[in-house]
Design a protein around this ligand. Structure first.
Ligand SMILES: [Zn+2]
Length: 344
């Protein structure tokens, strides 16, 4: 794994390469930014740079046993602590600390990653703080978190902060085409919905998100033919079949994703309504349907629907009652819905 193999993230790369070349590495770093934008790959590039016997001074050689182990997993001094269940627990931190008592068995530096560090329990955080206060020699500690604000300020203040940014749509779409053999149109749809996270884009692909999307758009379309009682039933079915926040690290397939997807639909209608270029449409493969539907909306109702969806996403994040949120949203969308088609 070399720094140049990592997509984008020039700021983060620049800071780390500079520290390596000047010999001024920090004991602990805080990598902030969305999941799935290259934080662990960056840590691997750092590990290879510091431990490869043939290192160029910036990058590992990529061919020796050490470089290959770091890249593929199995390098004994590259440790990742990740949540077990919902949290990183104090026992996990204690186990880590007992390993840090010993110098690295091979290589110059042990690299330790605390992934999703914001999921540390309070006890775990306080215990880990002690390690940060007296960092053991020849270890580089890396905390990964979406936002620094989610961690104890005392932890943040002991780390050098390195920001990671969401990746561009083109970068993600290009990767899906090149490495995963996805056709251009579908790659663009996933890239646009993935919120700049390559990890999320790959998970969406693997979990068949495009099929889920078709189903969710169908459900939205059917709402316009349903009487109020059935609409409430639709809301209730969605709430019971989808979790509020979705599954796994990338929270895929939950109600917030459903609402985000519906929002892309109305954003597309808005783009076309305002005469924007077709290339700006997210749901490229539905261009023809979108063009037909947009004629039946006016801008005012599209704006109102988009703000309704936006509000619903925020309400779900704040743990408002999901059933009430979905009922209100679906009834609102239908009320603002398309004008009846003229009979020719
Ligand atoms: Zn090497």
């Amino acid at each position: 794994m070399r720094f140049e193999d990592i997509l984008d993230q020039d700021t983060a790369k620049g800071i780390l390469i500079n520290s390596i070349q000047s010999g001024r590495l920090a004991h602990s770093y805080l990598f902030t930014g969305p999941h799935g934008v290259g934080k662990i790959m960056m840590a691997k590039a750092l590990a290879a740079s510091l431990n490869c016997p043939n290192s160029s001074g910036v990058d590992g050689c990529g061919r020796c046993v050490i470089c290959r182990q770091i890249e593929q997993g199995g390098y004994p001094e590259f440790l990742i602590v990740a949540p077990e269940g919902n949290n990183i627990k104090i026992d996990q931190i204690r186990e880590l600390q007992s390993r840090l008592c010993f110098a690295p068995a091979i290589g110059r530096f042990r690299i330790v990653i605390v992934d999703m560090a914001e999921s540390m329990t309070e006890e775990a955080s306080n215990s880990f703080l002690k390690t940060l206060e007296e960092p053991p020699q020849n270890n580089i500690l890396i905390l990964n978190a979406e936002e620094a604000d989610d961690l104890l300020p005392t932890i943040v203040s002991r780390c050098q902060k390195i920001p990671f940014r969401p990746l561009g749509v083109q970068v993600i779409a290009g990767f899906l085409e090149r490495e995963k053999g996805v056709d251009g149109e579908r790659a663009a749809v996933i890239a646009k919905i993935s919120e700049g996270s390559l990890g999320k884009a790959i998970s969406m692909l693997e979990e068949g998100f495009l099929e889920t999307r078709d189903q969710w758009l169908r459900i939205l379309g059917q709402c316009f033919d349903q009487p109020k009682g059935e609409l409430l039933e639709t809301a209730s079915k969605l709430v019971s079949s989808l979790k509020t926040k979705g599954r796994g690290k990338y929270k895929i397939g939950g109600l917030t994703d459903l609402l985000a997807l519906w929002a892309t639909w109305y954003r597309d209608l808005m783009v076309l309504k305002q005469g924007g270029g077709e290339e700006l449409v997210i749901n490229q493969d539905f261009r023809r349907t979108l063009k037909k539907v947009t004629r039946r909306y006016n801008i005012k109702s599209l704006v109102a629907i988009l703000s309704l969806l936006d509000q619903a996403q925020r309400d779900l994040r704040r743990w408002h009652n999901p059933l009430l949120v979905m009922e209100r949203t679906i009834l609102g969308i239908v009320k603002l819905g398309p004008e009846p088609q003229p009979i020719n």
